[in-house]
Design a protein around this ligand. Structure first.
Ligand SMILES: NC(=O)c1ccc[n+]([C@@H]2O[C@H](COP(=O)([O-])OP(=O)(O)OC[C@H]3O[C@@H](n4cnc5c(N)ncnc54)[C@H](O)[C@@H]3O)[C@@H](O)[C@H]2O)c1
Length: 374
């Protein structure tokens, strides 16, 4: 995979001590490949276990974006046998748990599949560690902004922050997009309570809970990273559910006006893949000493409206102006972004790529990859 539109990463490798032996579930996916390029060369051993899910991987071949320093084991984390093959004679120091069913939109129709891979797969990991008497130094899991649902809103009259539940069908039908007389607040682990509104979100929260309980009983440090909307070069081009930016770029590149739902004012926090890979690389480094279970929000902390992002993409690829459709998707949250102060203070991590620069590079990467001419 051509990663030429990605940002230089050599500088990021400089100070990081070796994380030791690392096992990455879902390690051949979007985040797994980016992380491998950043951290596998400095590890003692790096093993990516992955099914190469055909919805994400066009061919069943090793992704070119996976670091040459990574070993790839084809296997399903739901299967006991996969874990036995991995752990029979190997004790990883760190486990990065990325394997998951990720298509939020599909999760309501396929709760069993989501629950099997995301929840049972995580339980399989824990059982396998006990069966093989393996105690890693740290486990890190990719959780999601989805666990917050609609999040907290500041009530204009009382001045109090209140959790909001999913917008009703009647509200959406009436075009009542925002909660009246209230202002949305950024999500922050520790002060924004989880409030899941779809099956995917519920399974991500279950992963957090299972791992937290297991890790604290076994003296294993757990890092939960709740990711906002991750985008960038390397994102699957064939998966229609990959995310809003991939969809927008695809449509704009084919000369279509991007259709924008609701009134376009929905806020999202688009965080570049290189920044996300750096956050994982930070927590798996032995230099990172926080013990117990820690949870951090990983985003830019700076929200952008869906309309302004669509406009930026349209401008970049020379597509017509986006169209606000007033359509909506049941279960979509109105606004989602996060407060990254804790990540900055405790991880010493902060994002480096602002969405305008990142999205422009991403759109150009897409055009190159798809052979689209302007
Ligand atoms: N990309 C985002 O915007 C985002 C946002 C929030 C959270 N996350 C989380 O980050 C993690 C990684 O996401 P990604 O964007 O790299 O997704 P991805 O789909 O590109 O990668 C996931 C990988 O897991 C593999 N996989 C799926 N089921 C498996 C199984 N049963 N056994 C082994 N491998 C399996 C897939 O083949 C794929 O390579 C996921 O847990 C996801 O929930 C991603």
């Amino acid at each position: 995979m051509d990663m030429s539109a990605s940002f230089p990463q050599e500088r990021l490798l400089m100070t990081e001590a070796t994380p030791g032996d690392v096992l990455v579930t879902g390690g051949a996916g979007f985040i797994g490949c980016a992380l491998s390029r950043l951290a596998a060369p400095g590890s003692r051993r790096w093993v990516a276990v992955d099914t190469l899910n055909p919805r994400i991987h066009e061919t069943q071949e090793r992704p070119a974006a996976l670091s040459p320093d990574a070993e790839l084991v084809i296997g399903d984390i739901v299967e006991t046998d996969t874990w036995d093959r991995l752990l029979e004679d190997w004790s990883p120091d760190v486990i990065v748990h990325l394997a998951a069913e990720t298509d939020t939109g599909l999760s309501l129709d396929h709760p069993l599949r989501f629950s099997t891979v995301n929840v049972d797969g995580t339980a399989q990991l824990m059982e396998a560690l006990r069966r093989h008497d393996v105690t890693p130094r740290r486990i890190t899991v990719a959780s999601s902004r989805a666990v917050y649902g609609e999040g907290m809103w500041l009530d204009a009259s009382s001045g109090e922050a209140r959790m909001r539940s999913q917008r009703s069908h009647a509200e959406l039908l009436a075009g009542q997009w925002d909660f009246p007389f209230a202002r949305p607040l950024p999500a922050r682990a520790g002060s924004t309570p989880p409030n899941t509104s779809n099956v995917y979100a519920a399974t991500k929260l279950a992963q957090e809970g299972l791992l937290s309980a297991w890790c604290s009983s076994h003296g294993v440090d757990l890092s939960v990273l709740r990711l906002q909307n991750v985008y960038g070069p390397g994102q699957s081009l064939i998966n229609p559910y990959t995310g809003i930016l991939a969809l927008f770029v695809r449509l704009a590149a084919s000369g279509e006006a991007i259709p924008v739902f609701e009134d376009g004012a929905m806020l999202r926090d688009f965080v570049h893949i290189d920044d996300v890979a750096r956050a994982f690389s930070t927590v798996i480094s032995p230099d990172y000493k926080e013990s117990g279970t820690t949870t951090y929000d990983i985003g830019t902390g700076t929200p952008a409206s869906v309309l302004e992002v669509a406009q930026a993409i349209a401008r970049e690829v020379g597509a017509p102006e986006p169209v606000i459709t007033g359509k909506y998707r049941e279960g979509d949250v109105r606004h989602a972004w996060c407060d990254i102060d804790d990540a900055i203070a405790h991880l010493g991590w902060s994002p480096e790529i602002d969405w305008r620069r990142g999205i422009s590079a991403y759109a150009n990467w897409y055009l190159e990859r798809s052979g689209t001419t302007r």
